[in-house]
Ligand binder design. Structure first.
Ligand code: R5P
Length: 297
């Protein structure tokens, strides 16, 4: 795969950026990056990019606000240096869960994030399994949502889980398990979850699912505190599932989420490098490499 782009690995996605460049056979643009004693970020391009097509890779995983600012500064630097086009790959798009006012008076955070990305000079935007597909229509620049579910499902298949049942912890994740089932082929289903908008507490409704004696993979877009996954795993175990695996695209894995999920009976947790960490074993580099190279044809 050879395409003429310069890849800029942002400070929050250095490894992923390097992988993307390698897959595309493209050069990378190094950045000088530091944080001042007062917490402000500093960023400088170490080479000229005038007239070039750029692909900036920078996630907005925690610390979200700092990583978002660093993304905007990177785009600004590229624009000032006269880059011709600036594609931006933000594999985990922070604030996408606040896509509406759930309670009167709440900010619609994702709209502000989108406006900032557009205003920075980004010419094309790519992300992975955004929490709600609907927000993609709010971009006024070309914006693409890529799915890492086939990569996760293929990885699970390689580990012997072909034929496992794909379960979603709520109806919102139904699309994920339908996609996974096209690869694992063990059938799919979903549970029902209610979240208290004030306390954040979740309640999962037990329902009958055909999982008794079968291997199950519970798929979700995000694992944050681990509460959703732990409840889902407990339910499918109670329904008689044999081995239960947990797969998510964005492993935020906050606090004691790992402990909660394993204590609920899960065998293994797999996630992607949209958020780098202990559970980011599957790389989304091939997704963006394929997306930008097929677009260039
Ligand atoms: C919410 O609808 C998302 O899809 C995830 O289910 C949620 O963010 C997981 O959060 P937690 O791990 O805190 O339960």
């Amino acid at each position: 795969m050879v395409i003429k782009l310069l890849v800029v690995p942002g400070p929050a996605s250095r490894e992923l950026g390097l992988r993307v460049a390698e897959l595309l056979g493209c050069e990378t643009v190094p950045l000088d990056f530091k944080v001042f004693p007062d917490g402000e970020s500093y960023l400088r391009f170490r080479r000229k990019v005038e007239g070039e097509d750029l692909l900036i890779v920078q996630t907005t995983a925690p610390p979200q606000d700092s990583n978002l600012i660093r993304l905007l500064l990177t785009v600004d630097g590229a624009k000032r240096l006269g880059a011709k086009t600036i594609k931006v790959f933000v594999p985990y798009l922070a604030y996408s869960r606040q896509d509406k006012s759930f309670l009167e008076g709440e900010a619609i955070s994702i709209n502000t994030v989108i406006r900032l990305i557009e205003a920075s000079g980004t010419t094309e935007f790519y992300t992975v399994n955004v929490h709600s597909e609907d927000i993609m229509t709010r971009f006024r620049i070309p914006a693409f949502n890529l799915s890492a579910i086939p990569l996760l499902a293929e990885e699970l298949k390689k580990s012997g889980l072909a034929g496992a049942v794909s379960i979603a912890p709520d109806k919102g994740a139904r699309g994920l398990v339908e996609e996974a089932n096209r690869i694992l082929k063990g059938g799919c289903g979903w549970l029902e979850k209610h979240r208290d908008r004030i306390t954040g507490e979740i309640e999962m409704v037990e329902k009958s699912l055909d999982v008794a004696g079968k291997d199950v993979v519970v798929f979700d877009d995000i694992i944050s505190t681990g509460g959703t996954m732990a409840s889902a795993v407990r339910i499918v175990k109670r329904l008689g599932a044999r081995r239960v695996y947990v797969a998510c695209v964005h492993p935020l894995m906050l606090g004691d989420s790992e402990k909660k999920i394993f204590e609920s009976g899960a065998e293994k947790i797999i996630g992607t490098d949209t958020i780098p960490g202990k559970f980011s074993s599957v790389s989304v580099a091939p997704l963006i490499a394929k997306a930008v190279s097929s677009e260039g044809k």
